[in-house]
Design a protein around this ligand. Structure first.
Ligand code: G3H
Ligand code: 13P
Ligand code: ZN
Length: 323
């Protein structure tokens, strides 16, 4: 099956209230892990690359690898640009064959963000490519955050309505308490679920949760056991995924958990088998660990078994039935 535009995959996710996992890839083994997991779980999936991942792999190499590997599969896969900073990188990815792009203008003032996103929408939609935009700032929040501070960082529902209407984006990444990386919360994990629900009801479009890795304790302990050290690591618990999805999230972004699984496996293998020096044994073991994490996410997000033999089980898309 060729790569699928993400908005087509959203139809089933919105209608049946689940989230599609975005899995950021760093190398061939990550791509293979996502695709094998998707196939084994009968799940749609999003392979995502950030600008730095594209620079690392090479844009054409990345697209060639993904396209070739996806060609043999019966599950829908989208190739997505994560946190595109400007129109130039978006154009390059659209031209190279990505089926979804994110333009992240969240650091700009509202009007500037709208204008930048409009420009991306105008270009991407000519090629049936989906556009995700971002509103609000994904800064890590302290436990006892002041309401005013929260309001200045988190996505404002009224601004979200204006942003979606004027920019024409297909999906919106919102700030509700998560942040990127392995240190998301100092104390208990707190997400503003009510805000998700309000924004969903007011905008009606698929909402995206960035910074959503769970940072599993067993991976952090394994990394420590074999000589690593990531103190104070804390992520989003599975229960929060359920609530976020129930309130209107349809895409969940995972990068850190895959990096942790990869690193933990490599540390473990090199330490447990001092004689190993075949990269295929080392990276193959890490690939398996990454795949296990992805399969677990597909289960928790509800995307597992959403693919019928004919493809995604789509129902007519209606934004009013989405929340
Ligand atoms: O959202 C950020 C992603 O985790 C990408 O990180 O720029 O290091 O690839 P990166
Ligand atoms: P994590 O760092 O929580 O994995 O978030 C990844 C992300 O949001 C990529 O856009
Ligand atoms: Zn992100």
């Amino acid at each position: 099956m060729p790569l699928v535009p993400l908005h087509e995959m959203y139809q089933d996710a919105v209608a049946n209230r689940y989230a599609i996992g975005q899995f950021n890839v760093s190398n061939l083994e990550f791509v293979q892990a996502v695709l094998e997991a998707a196939e084994e779980m009968n799940s749609p999936a999003i392979i995502a690359a950030s600008s730095s991942a594209i620079k690392y792999a090479g844009l054409e190499n990345l697209v060639a690898i993904v396209r070739t590997a996806v060609g043999n599969l019966d599950v829908p896969i989208a190739l997505h640009l994560d946190h595109g900073a400007d129109v130039e990188i978006v154009r390059q990815c659209v031209d190279a064959g990505f089926t979804s792009v994110m333009i992240d203008g969240s650091q700009h003032p509202l009007e500037e963000n709208i204008h930048l996103t409009q420009e991306v929408v105008d270009y991407a939609h000519m090629f049936n490519v989906t556009v995700e935009a971002e509103l609000g700032r994904l800064s890590g929040m302290e436990d006892e955050v002041k309401v005013e501070a929260k309001d200045s960082c988190y996505t404002d529902p009224d601004e979200a309505v204006k942003f979606v209407q004027e920019s024409g984006c297909d999906a919106l990444a919102i700030a509700v308490g998560t942040s990127h990386g392995a240190h998301k919360f100092k104390g208990e994990a707190k997400l503003d679920f009510d805000r998700i629900e309000t924004i969903k009801q007011m905008t009606g479009i698929p909402l995206v949760l960035h910074g959503a890795s769970g940072v599993p304790e067993d991976l952090i302990s394994k990394i420590s056991q074999y000589g690593g050290d990531i103190p104070g690591a804390k992520g989003v618990p599975d229960e929060a995924y359920h609530q976020a999805i129930d309130r209107g999230i349809n895409k969940i972004n995972i990068d850190t958990d895959l990096r942790l699984a990869f690193t933990a496996a490599i540390r473990e293998l090199l330490s447990s088998d001092p004689g190993v020096f075949d990269p295929r044994k080392i990276l193959g073991y890490a690939r398996q660990a990454v795949k296990t994490i992805i399969k677990g996410k597909m289960e928790v997000l509800g995307s597992a078994n959403r693919v019928s033999v004919e493809g995604v089980e789509t129902e007519p898309y209606s934004i009013t039935s989405s929340s």
